[in-house]
Design a binder for this molecule. Structure first.
Ligand code: S3P
Ligand code: PEP
Length: 412
């Protein structure tokens, strides 16, 4: 008699990007909005606390968060702390500047080192007085009496988050806002922003040249938060390299998250992928097919998931289009290349790319650079290579505090 083992079901927490957008959208609508199954992690707890410091009440109802939106920007004085969260540092200064008063915005040294210049210049153009830290980023001191709206050009080549920040708070500005984004990276995150703004009632029109115009206001809206597709990449990659089958319920073909496209990359590498209406399943063969190059500029949070397992493939794998990944929690191209080399892997690095050659991998200590995605990506490699140790396993708390427990449950 044979027994068939079905796919394991992974418990993937909520999307960071949807949770933090929904928090802000709900705050800017007047009245209560319920967020179902939000992500509870360092990035979203920091975002929620910062909103509370700006005068927005958020209450817990079981696993849901209820945001009691004020329908306007904050008034008075406040100091907000963004911890390590890029989304908080790029979204919340615009909300603050759309209010009136004096607001300080700060975060960790890691966040202070990340670029903010295009957003600061945009806020000044819209009428706020913004002082920056010594490197042109955090800490910010914003003195404001509201934002004007109008037309704006925005350099979006280092991050899409400046554009999302401006769009999300645009309905609180005095006149409609039109933004022409130049060199936009991470485009699927803008599609997510626009989709969620529309769900909360705003009008967003896209011109033929790509410019975006925002009109109207928000209404309170209840939203179920999808599981995080970037986080799901680790269990999908683990299925591919171990030959197992993993399903993530709640992530299907209607997902708002571009990072679900990572499974297409795994398909290119030989895994079987089924994207259904309400779930995605990846089934591996235990072998990885290499010999391809892939542009991961739209889904750069997942390039490390691929790069970390690439030495197990049967031919080299090149990832390109990811220069902006140098401006995240770490310089991710350099950090991945450095760690792979330390484990004996041959890696060729270019300004926007990385080629990983197959070959034997030895154990060793991975330098996480306090970057959750390095920890989670190299944990996948660690399933196949004995002796891989993370120097900072706890850094996964930025987006997935229970990562190690869940990973051990599925693959241990
Ligand atoms: O808008 C968002 O929620 C995000 C946008 C992306 O950043 P960049 O636009 O800086 O690439 C992504 O890397 C980040 O994890 C989340
Ligand atoms: C880049 C990331 O985060 P953020 O920019 O939101 O800090 C990430 O989660 O990989």
């Amino acid at each position: 008699m044979t027994t068939t083992v079905g796919p394991a079901t992974a418990r993937i927490p909520g999307s960071k990007s949807i949770t933090n957008r929904a928090l802000l959208l709900a705050a800017a609508a007047l009245g209560p909005s319920r967020l179902g199954d939000p992500l509870v992690s360092a990035d979203t707890v920091a975002f929620r606390s910062a909103l509370e410091d700006l005068g927005v009440r958020v209450t817990d109802d079981g696993r849901d968060w209820v945001v009691h939106g004020t329908g306007r920007g904050p008034h008075g004085r406040a100091r907000i702390w963004c911890e390590d969260a890029g989304t908080a540092a790029r979204f919340l200064p615009v909300l603050a500047a759309a209010g009136s008063g004096r607001f300080e915005v700060d975060g960790t040294d890691q966040l202070r080192a990340r670029p903010l210049g295009p957003l600061v210049r945009a806020l000044a153009r819209l009428g706020a007085d913004v002082a920056t830290g010594p490197d042109g980023g955090l800490p910010l001191v914003i003195r404001t009496n509201g934002l004007q709206g109008g037309e704006l050009a925005l350099d979006s080549s280092t991050s899409s988050q400046y554009l999302t920040g401006l769009l999300l708070s645009a309905p609180l500005m005095r006149t409609p806002l039109t933004v022409h984004a130049a060199g936009l990276v991470s485009r699927p995150y803008i599609d997510m922003t626009v989709a969620l703004m529309r769900r909360f009632g705003a009008e967003v029109a896209q011109g033929p040249d790509g410019r975006l115009r925002v009109d109207g206001g928000y209404r309170p809206t209840d939203l179920a938060v999808e599981p995080d597709a970037s986080t799901a990449s680790y269990v999908f990659a683990a299925a591919a390299v171990t030959g197992r089958s993993v399903t993530v319920p709640g992530l299907g073909r209607d997902s708002l998250q571009g990072d679900l496209r990572f499974v297409e990359v795994l398909r290119t590498a030989g895994a079987r992928v089924e994207i259904g209406a309400g779930a995605t399943t990846v089934t591996g063969t235990g072998r990885l097919r290499g010999g391809f190059a892939v542009d991961m500029g739209d889904i750069s949070d997942t390039f490390m998931t691929l790069a970390a397992i690439a030495p197990l493939a049967d031919a080299p794998i090149t990832v390109h289009g990811i220069e902006h990944a140098r401006w995240k929690e770490s310089d991710r191209i350099a950090a991945v290349a450095g760690n792979l080399r330390r484990l004996g892997v041959d890696v060729v690095e270019g300004p926007d790319r990385l080629t990983v050659h197959p070959g034997p991998v030895r154990g060793g200590v991975v330098d996480c650079h306090r970057d959750h995605r390095i920890a989670m990506s190299f944990s996948v490699l660690g399933l196949q290579v004995p002796g891989i140790v993370l120097d900072d396993p706890a850094c996964v708390g930025k987006t997935f505090p229970e990562f190690h427990t869940e990973f051990a449950r599925l693959f241990g």
